[in-house]
Design a protein around this ligand. Structure first.
Ligand code: PGA
Length: 252
């Protein structure tokens, strides 16, 4: 047992929450101090970013944006840029989530350009990677994930530090299947072996809930969990934070 490394618990709210709901969540979380060695973060929709960042200013809770454009400014209707999300209080920027890759045109090239912009402006990238069910069935999960990482990181200095969230597409969302630790451990180990020196933390995400979290936290390669639905309720998030605080297995 070692307690050397922090365990991260974060949530993206995706396209949920009004300002009133965001504020209630933030108030509930801000009232409860993080256990020792747990790092908390939240990724609100851009409408609530400034408000939530203000609420958590001066606390341990990092606030991030769900995406940002590769250009700094310009005629890109509907988009927000890295300088804009930084101005609104974001300290990290999520990139390459499978929902954006599947439905919103985020190719590997776009993810790489966005990641370069995030790094250029000094924010922390949170890069999401993961294979779909077919790719896994063909035994290509590790290759696929390493390929996504290589393409996303091709344009930045090898010294760039980042958060990586391994989120198998088949495990994400209401139609997802909860992953067993033995299904995810080899992919996480491969990511660690290839990129360990750049990882601020290596997270797992996809249908994480209070029931499944303890065994995922026992996977030694996991530095934390990136959570959707189960953390949209502040009590659910705080319960996951508590479980992370009780974690006994961490890498040295
Ligand atoms: P989920 O979302 O926990 O609701 O499956 C995870 C994610 O997309 O990061």
């Amino acid at each position: 047992m070692s307690a050397a490394r922090p365990t991260w618990i974060g949530t993206s709210w995706k396209m949920t929450k009004t300002l009133a709901e965001a504020s209630a969540w933030a108030d509930a979380v801000a009232r409860v101090p993080a256990p020792e060695r747990v790092r908390r973060f939240v990724v609100p929709p851009s409408t609530a970013l400034h408000q939530v960042a203000g609420r958590f200013a001066g606390t341990d809770v990092l606030v991030g944006a769900q995406d940002a454009h590769w250009e700094d400014a310009g005629p890109w209707t509907g988009e927000v840029s890295v300088p804009q999300v930084a101005d609104a209080g974001a300290r990290l920027v999520e990139l390459g989530h499978s929902e954006r890759r599947q439905h919103l045109g985020d190719t590997d090239d776009r993810v790489a350009a966005k990641l370069a912009a995030v790094v250029r402006h000094g924010l922390l990238p949170l890069l999401c990677v993961g294979e779909d069910a077919d790719t896994r069935a063909r035994g290509r999960a590790v290759d696929h994930v390493l390929g996504q990482l290589a393409r996303a990181l091709g344009g930045v200095d090898p010294g760039t530090r980042l958060l990586v969230a391994y989120e198998p597409v088949w495990a994400i969302g209401a139609g997802g299947t909860r992953a067993a630790p033995e299904q995810v451990a080899p992919v996480l180990a491969a990511v660690r072996a290839a990129y360990g020196d750049r990882l601020e933390a290596l997270l797992y995400g996809g249908s994480v809930d209070v029931r499944g979290a303890p065994e995922l936290l026992e996977v030694p390669e996991v530095d934390g969990l990136f959570v959707g639905r189960s953390a949209w309720d502040a009590a659910g998030f705080l319960r996951l934070v508590e479980l992370a605080g009780e974690r006994r297995t961490t890498r040295p």
